[in-house]
Unconditional design. Structure first.
Length: 93
């Protein structure tokens, strides 16, 4: 059964290629939805996965930290989401 969620990624996630990392992970795992930078410096992700396991795998993949460079996810807020998600995965504004 599909599972939808809204994620708020906190940390160093803007200006470091993080949205492209999210898109790559979504495509690899078959996740639908979108990602965007928020005005408060976080990144918002709305997604739909085949089931909870796929959602958990997606969250784990996009929260990994590279201690040397790039995105540094420090916290993830996961909320239920019941709105439209659409097909595919894209960057939106």
């Amino acid at each position: 059964m599909p599972v939808k969620a809204r994620l708020v990624m906190k940390g160093i996630v803007q200006g470091v290629g993080y949205r492209w990392l999210v898109i790559r992970a979504a495509h690899n795992l078959g996740i639908s939805g979108w990602v965007r930078n928020a005005e408060d410096g976080t990144v918002e992700v709305v997604c739909s996965a085949r089931d909870k396991k796929h959602l958990d795998d997606f969250i784990e993949r996009i929260r990994r930290r590279d201690e040397l460079a790039g995105p540094q996810v420090q916290d993830v807020i996961v909320e239920p989401y019941d709105g439209p998600v659409g097909e595919g995965f894209e960057i939106t504004r």
